[in-house]
Design a protein around this ligand. Structure first.
Ligand SMILES: *[C@@H]1O[C@H](CO)[C@@H](O)[C@H](O)[C@H]1NC(C)=O
Length: 416
């Protein structure tokens, strides 16, 4: 047996879902006990793994369950479930919503405002069964069946692998636990990987509808000077600087890298959040402070390089290995294959919300995306434009409930 097939066999054996319950015993939610293929983890989690439930959900008086799911390439992802609203929920069947964050953050990003402003809680209080995803490499999803996050091998992935492995794994756990098709909410990179998946016909059989906040597909009009500079660097010297391994925004080389970019004329890093995401109208200063402390999360340098290629090339395609031979080796073609967004099923209910101040998801790039969706069934496509919103307002805006989330709930109810 080759090493590769041995590994596939090992992960197959490991491809069972482990459920860890971190709720206090009195709060145990009784719906999924004894389900086939689910087992409780015996060992206590390592200290940094207390989990998102304990860190940001239980304290607000919501029930919360920690799940772990192993991707078919061995990454162990944590997923949280908020099964009902604060006031409880009776026995009725709740529809699952899976919430997927963007790049350089994790599931915590949805939970930083006062509870009544946070999307997961708002959805739970409105009768949905809420699931929060955490991408590989972020604080609660940093383990692997046999790779060590301290080693470069662990970081050999870009968002292609999130399409191929992470999303199917998180969809899989939600689907197997609820037996229902899923409403999806993605922000930023969480929209790109969804669009790429749907364009290849992936996940659509388990999907009820998809909400895309600050949709990112085309990136060539990105206006943040800092972002543009960073993108240029990721295509150049930076990969040797970080050795194609972990990109940890809190690390020292990364901080120095950022400082060097901030020294460029025209880049104002005084307000880092605006420098990166645009002029957000509606953020709470305490929330931003909390965000800067708890958030920037690691990703793979290769993932940043792939995003930078998307900025450069103006098309949505797989990772470019940089020369024809390597591409042939990986894809059998000299150019990386394109994700053809026109192939997204035309009858898939889609809700897009984008902002006029968003420096990452620029209006013109959203225009290109809408153009790719021009054959979509008109009655299945809802588009919302919020003039004063920038990238982070969609997750942390103090008025996001009124401006966006209420419309999301109406949309989900329409397609239930
Ligand atoms: C801003 O956040 C703080 C801390 O969570 C909270 O006390 C305050 O009410 C928030 N302000 C607004 C306008 O939501």
């Amino acid at each position: 047996m080759s090493l590769h097939s041995l590994f596939n066999f090992a992960t197959l054996c490991l491809s069972i879902t482990i459920v860890i319950l971190v709720e206090p015993p009195l709060q145990v939610f009784g719906a999924n006990r004894g389900s086939f293929g689910v087992m409780k983890s015996a060992a206590p989690p390592p200290p940094e793994q207390v989990g998102l439930c304990a860190a940001a959900v239980l304290v607000h008086g919501y029930k919360c369950q920690e799940f772990e799911v192993i991707t078919d390439d061995g990454y162990i992802l944590s997923v949280q479930r908020i099964p009902e609203g604060r006031a409880g929920g009776g026995g009725e069947k709740r529809q699952p919503v899976l919430i997927q964050h963007g790049v350089l953050v994790d599931g915590m990003t949805w939970l930083l405002n006062p509870a009544e402003q946070n999307l997961p809680f708002i959805l739970a209080d409105n009768g949905f069964d809420v699931w929060i995803a955490n991408t590989r490499g972020t604080r609660f999803s940093r383990r692997h069946a046999h790779l060590d996050p301290a080693k470069p091998e662990y970081w050999d992935w870009s968002w292609d692998e999130l399409v191929l492995h992470d999303l199917p794994a998180t969809f899989g756990i939600v689907y197997s636990q609820t037996g229902q098709k899923i409403h999806y909410v993605g922000h930023s990179l969480g929209t790109l990987i969804a669009l790429a998946s749907f364009s290849e016909g992936r996940l659509v059989d388990r999907l009820k509808s998809a909400v895309l906040l600050s949709p990112v597909a085309y990136l060539s009009h990105m206006t943040t000077t800092l972002g543009v500079l960073a993108a240029k660097s990721f295509l150049g010297e930076i990969t040797t600087l970080f050795g194609m391994a972990e990109f940890n925004p809190k690390g020292e080389p990364e901080a120095n890298f950022l400082k060097s970019l901030c020294a460029y004329p025209g880049v104002d890093c005084y307000d880092l959040m605006s420098a990166l995401t645009g002029k957000n109208c509606c953020l709470n200063t305490s929330t931003v402070e909390y965000f800067l402390k708890s958030e920037p999360q690691s990703t793979a340098t290769k993932n940043m390089v792939h995003l930078a290629q998307t900025v450069r090339d103006g098309i949505v395609s797989k990772f470019d290995y940089g020369n024809a031979d390597y591409n042939v080796e990986h894809y059998g073609e000299s150019k990386p294959p394109v994700y053809n967004l026109v192939n997204i099923p035309h009858d898939l209910p889609l809700f897009l919300s984008y902002g006029g101040q968003d420096a990452l998801s620029d209006e013109r790039d959203v225009g290109l995306l809408l153009d790719a969706l021009k054959f979509h069934d008109l009655d299945k496509l809802t588009v919302q434009f919020i003039k004063e919103y920038a990238h982070a307002d969609f997750i942390m805006g103090v008025n996001a409930k009124d401006r966006v989330y209420n419309a999301v709930i109406t949309f989900f109810r329409h397609y239930q």
